[in-house]
Write a protein that binds this ligand. Sequence first.
Ligand code: FPP
Length: 227
Amino acid sequence: MDGNGRWASKRFLPRVAGHKQGVDALKRIVSACPSRGISVLTVFAFSSENWSRPAEEVSGLMDILALALSREVPKLQRDGVQIRFVGARDNLSPRVKKGLEDAEAATAANTALTLNVCFNYGGRWDIVSAAAHLAAVGTLITEKSLSGALALAHCGDPDLLIRTGNEKRLSNFLLWQAAYTELYFSSLLWPDFDEPALDSALSEFRTRERRFGKTSDQIAGNVVSDA
Ligand code: FPP
């Protein structure tokens, strides 16, 4: 959800005002997903590296998250959204930790949309934690066992990854899971990302040929496999 800070700076507002606006954009996109056939939405809300931002911005983000959860969980309930937080919890404050746990427990039975909020998350953290866990329990590390030990093991790999704010990097997001994900870059700042912008991304996604290492002919079914 990149571009909140720039959205605020352009309006001579503090960066946290951009993050607040970012929550409104997230609410719009969450509401738009089920009618577009999207059953899993994963957003990057706070990275392992974001702790190094100014203290005022970090505490502002924690407050925004706590407030958004207390306000929005009843609506998530009504809309059948299951919220799950993905990331390390050990260095979060007891207030934030409890907010995450309560929101997850309240929405656990919902099935219309799974909303994964990556918070205090990093792709490298996830891979290292999963590998350390497998090593500790003595499980051989394979693609299958590692995938199953990752924090997003409850979902399939993402089909489409949208990066807003005109940045063209993964920035430690879904490093393992994005191996065959289609990447889409939007120059819109996240607070300006709306339903038409989502529809443009989905239209472009539909034009992509996903080969997963095969040839176009194989995908089209024109080649008889030797295997
Ligand atoms: C990146 O933009 C955005 C963030 C680091 C925070 C995103 C968090 C929210 C929208 C709030 C999350 C709340 C809930 C309920 C999930 P940036 O600050 O890097 O923007 P810039 O690139 O313009 O500086």
